[in-house]
Ligand binder design. Structure first.
Ligand SMILES: C[S@@+](CC[C@H](N)C(=O)[O-])C[C@H]1O[C@@H](n2cnc3c(N)ncnc32)[C@H](O)[C@@H]1O
Length: 487
């Protein structure tokens, strides 16, 4: 078994009894409790909580098992839209199953870095309630479409009407204007995309417009002059552009018909399990657009389980979600995604990335002291990086500062003792591996959480765009399991 077990004790406090499982356990300094599940701490290993034993049993299997090589498929709603660094659906599904086997009361799942909603779709097919948050409007669009409603017959009728509107529109006007429009879209493509846009805007139901916008996003991605082999905005080579003919309407139509089939498949799957009532999912789904350093709005603050994968590092030097989303979001009506979507986030190609975790280096050096006090792993890495370049330390500090700012609101939404499953990658800065797993554990332990286990996995290549430089340095990640404090 390759699960690594932890629970290092700093000093030996008197034993106390767990109120949940009535077992004896030890308390660390600062009153925090840890499970004696590590033979590495030199003390006689005590049995973990029953729930954690069940969980650890489910998490066995080793690196290859959790890599899901050749065992992953994006079906139904998972296949609506491409998004950078999507999680493997089967992985998230098995993690949900493992957590529920350990705690059968789990009902309400939270993903504060929800991306295109892989965990959401897996939670839905298990009939769970779900809350998700993301700073990127494109991610929120994908999630809200996945959440439903599921009206396949209606979307087919509406699609016929939309295709009629599009076919009879012969206007040559270009309806959007943004910096670099001429660079990224040939006029003929922009005229075609404008006809799609007008046809979508002619639909009266917002749920249907959102479904159409997802197909529009794919059409923009495939017909722009930017390469599809990288998440960064990067012009296709001139020889490829010369003589290139693309018809956005044809791409849109093909994507839309494919997505309708996915919607039908998903609706069928949910209905068979009694999870759809008149086309609506029977559970509660709440997707919020915003920064996870802010509390969820209107949340009951008692969510049962956290499953998430935060970014690997700042977007600029890891995965540029913002650049990837810049062109599609110029064509989608932001108001249809969310009434509070801020156009400033797509004012230029870097705005969204600058607002995401680690996006601003300003004040990063000041944060380093607090972070170093909280996390020995951060301190060691900062010292190591200081000899490499001051900018490298700043980059590390800025990302960790922003992650740290998200942790109080995140942990505050969870019920005491709730499980947290974080999948984190260790990117490199200045040619050194950042121990993000360890830094995150330090920061959460400082908030009373207990580290239960760490499960390493490889990242299958296909998850990363081939020519994205991060693919060369990021080959593995770790599923870090912690238990929220206060139980
Ligand atoms: C690794 S992705 C999540 C992928 C997701 N699990 C999926 O399968 O699509 C990380 C996400 O964190 C989001 N993000 C970055 N900074 C954020 C912040 N401050 N608040 C909320 N979301 C943020 C990014 O927009 C991105 O969608």
């Amino acid at each position: 078994m390759e699960v690594r077990l932890f629970g290092a004790l700093r000093r030996k406090p008197p034993p106390e009894r767990c109120r949940r499982c009535n077992r004896m356990r030890a308390a660390t300094s600062g009153g925090r409790s840890v499970l004696l599940i590590s033979p590495m701490n030199g003390l006689a290993p005590a049995p973990p909580h029953k729930a954690d034993r069940i969980l650890l049993g489910s998490l066995g299997g080793g690196v290859e098992y959790w890599t899901f090589r050749h065992r992953a498929a994006r079906r139904f709603a998972h296949a609506y839209m491409q998004y950078p660094a999507m999680m493997v659906p089967e992985l998230q599904g098995e993690l949900l199953d493992a957590a529920r086997a350990a705690d059968t009361s789990v009902r309400h799942v939270y993903d504060p870095f929800v991306g295109c909603g892989t965990t959401l779709a897996e939670a839905m097919i298990r009939g769970l309630d779900f809350a998700g948050k993301d700073i990127n409007p494109l991610a929120v669009l994908a999630c809200r479409v996945k959440a439903g409603p599921y009206f396949p017959a209606a979307i087919r009728r509406k699609t016929e009407l939309l295709l009629d509107r599009m076919a009879t529109d012969s206007r040559r006007t270009i309806d959007v204007s943004f910096p670099g429009r001429e660079k990224w879209f040939d006029d003929s493509v922009a005229v075609g995309l404008s006809r799609i846009r007008r046809a979508v805007c002619g639909e009266s139901a917002r749920w249907a417009r959102r479904f159409f916008w997802v197909a529009m996003v794919e059409s923009v991605r495939l017909t722009s002059n930017s390469r599809t082999s990288t998440f960064k905005l990067h012009m296709r080579p001139q020889e490829e552009l010369t003589g290139r003919r693309c018809c956005p309407q044809a791409v849109f139509c093909e994507t839309l018909l494919r997505n309708i089939r996915h919607m039908e498949g998903q609706a069928h799957y949910l209905r068979d399990r009694g999870l759809l009532r008149r086309g609506h999912y029977t559970g509660a789904v709440d997707i919020q657009l915003g920064d996870s350093s802010q509390n969820l709005e209107g949340s009951p603050k008692q969510l049962d389980l956290l499953i998430t994968s935060p970014p690997y590092g700042d977007n600029q030097t890891t995965v540029p979600y913002g650049q990837y989303s810049f062109l599609p979001l110029q064509w989608v009506d932001l108001g249809d995604i969310d009434a509070h979507a801020d156009a400033a986030l797509i004012a230029n190609t870097h705005a969204l990335d600058s607002h995401s975790l680690g996006g601003s280096l300003r004040g990063a050096s000041d944060a380093a002291t607090t972070l170093a006090e909280m996390s020995p792993a951060f301190r060691r890495m900062a010292v190591d990086l200081a000899s490499a370049s001051p900018n490298a330390t700043k980059r590390l500090s800025a990302f960790c500062r922003d992650l740290h700012a998200c942790l109080d609101p995140i942990v505050g939404q969870l019920k005491p003792g709730a499980l947290m499953l974080w999948t984190v990658g260790s990117r490199r800065i200045a040619n050194r591996q950042v121990p993000l797993e360890r830094i995150l554990i330090d920061m959460l332990e400082a908030r009373g959480a207990t580290h239960v286990a760490s499960v390493p996995r490889h990242i299958p290549n296909k998850r990363m765009a081939v020519r994205n430089s991060i693919a060369d340095t990021m080959r593995s990640e770790t599923i870090v399991v912690l238990r929220n404090g206060g139980h």
